[in-house]
Design a protein around this ligand. Sequence first.
Ligand code: CUA
Length: 229
Amino acid sequence: MSTWANLGLQDSASPLMEQLIFFHDHALLILVMITVLVGYLMFMLFFNNYINRFLLHGQLIEMIWTILPAIILLFIAFPSLRLLYLLDEINEPSVTLKSIGHQWYWSYEYSDFNNVEFDSYMIPTNEIANDGFRLLDVDNRIVLPMNSQIRILVTAADVIHSWTIPALGVKVDGTPGRLNQTNFFINRPGLFYGQCSEICGANHSFMPIVIESVPVNYFIQWISNNLNS
Ligand code: CUA
């Protein structure tokens, strides 16, 4: 979860988010190098007294500063493409979770387990516990096993929503009439918070997502308790 003065990316909790952070840092490094170089050149122009009345063209330098940026862009394009296909890969998921966006709450279905289903509403500020997080905690959390491949199916019942968990590197639009798919792997236990990130109406800000990542045996216990009820 993001806390005070955390302006960058959250700590990753999945291998895919780890890769996204590496790519972000890589792209940022290239951007900084370009900015410093161009900034230096522009600054130095102020102190340039050289004038050449016969300078009309420079074939060589034109070639260099046309081709060089194209090559630099390739160093961003190929890792980006690699990540894109990596995010799209489905690796034999052991649990499938279906999340459905509504105005304005999420509902979840565990299709593998007799379709255990529940709604997940934000806890209003006046009802929040002392150790709760305002605008972020929900009444019914998603419980998922850690160290397992998890597939999520995202859709919506009314307007477009977006199921987004920054620490897991997941952001999938829920669109009425369509079923979107992605997958992730949570590599540590804990609570992972997310929010809807598609402007979906007046209470768009108030439909958070909470994942409770637990060891597999705890998950089995939780799901069997819910099967009985
Ligand atoms: Cu749902 Cu924004």
